[in-house]
Design a protein around this ligand. Structure first.
Ligand SMILES: NC(=O)c1ccc[n+]([C@@H]2O[C@H](COP(=O)([O-])OP(=O)(O)OC[C@H]3O[C@@H](n4cnc5c(N)ncnc54)[C@H](OP(=O)(O)O)[C@@H]3O)[C@@H](O)[C@H]2O)c1
Length: 242
């Protein structure tokens, strides 16, 4: 198997760096190209590759494929969680990739969510043994919207707390970290019963005070829409029990 495939990673961003590192940790053959290299170099590398990982901005994937890869027989993959494209196979790693690289065990634990009609995992990502599942085309946009909300939007909330503690209240942001650690642990252990706070208790005056305190802050919109969302969820749960 080792000699029968050759990856070509395209892109020089976060995921490209992580995938390059993951494949290197496993001693899997991988070439690398990004747009600082010449197009001649791309064509040479393409002739030596079997599997092309298009790890570039979602919005650039289809055009790049049409321009440089449409007329050849490489197996092309993208890692976007929301893009649907018949000629490029979607394999979304359900993970966040920032600047720091991870251990082999972390990479091996990352689940890949494949397009429903994608070939076998071992054909599209040979040499890897990651957990994987499939998603219907019609569900992909919602799946990705949920990942973005849970992963990215929650980071915005934590960044806001850390920064405001330090910059406005003169409190070391590290003081919030045990809170974050415990919330994460509780969430992992028992996701259904983790929620505390004024929304669950129905402390309406506290909610009003919180909203008032955020009046001139862009996060007022977030707090307000979370209250509205929570109330809608509660109403639909109550309706179900009637
Ligand atoms: N980061 C994550 O946590 C994460 C998680 C799951 C899936 N993904 C997916 O992984 C893919 C890559 O994301 P990323 O986070 O690595 O993005 P990123 O860090 O922003 O890097 C994007 C890369 O795409 C290149 N690029 C943009 N337009 C291009 C074009 N027209 N032609 C050639 N190269 C182009 C950029 O080149 P320059 O450096 O020259 O600008 C850069 O190297 C995306 O499909 C994303 O949805 C990301």
């Amino acid at each position: 198997m080792q000699g029968s495939f050759q990856y070509l990673i395209i892109g020089n961003g976060r995921v490209a760096r992580h995938m390059k590192h993951y494949l290197a940790l496993l001693n899997l053959p991988a070439l690398h190209w990004h747009r600082q290299y010449s197009l001649d170099d791309l064509h040479v590398k393409l002739t030596h590759s079997t599997h092309v990982l298009l790890l570039i901005n979602d919005d650039a994937i289809v055009d790049f494929h049409q321009q440089y890869l449409a007329n050849d027989n490489h197996l092309c993959l993208h890692f976007s969680g929301s893009l649907l494209c018949t000629s490029i196979i979607g394999a979304h790693p359900l993970m966040t990739f920032a600047h720091e690289l991870y251990s082999l065990a972390t990479y091996q634990s990352i689940p890949f969510i494949l397009d429903e009609k994608a070939p076998e995992f071992t054909c599209i990502l040979p040499g890897l043994n990651n957990p994987h599942a499939r998603i219907k085309a019609a569900q992909k946009a919602k799946y990705h919207a949920l990942c973005v909300m849970a992963g990215n939007f929650s980071c915005l909330l934590w960044q806001k707390l850390f920064k405001t503690l330090e910059n406005e209240f003169n409190i070391n942001a590290n003081y919030a970290k045990p809170y974050l650690t415990q919330i994460t642990e509780n969430l992992l252990k028992n996701p259904d019963s983790i929620l505390t706070g004024p929304l669950v208790r129905g402390d309406k005056k506290t909610i009003q005070r919180n909203l008032q305190a955020l009046k001139a802050d862009p996060f007022h919109l977030i707090y307000d829409s979370f209250v509205a969302c929570y109330q809608t969820l509660e109403r639909s749960e109550n309706d179900e029990h009637l």
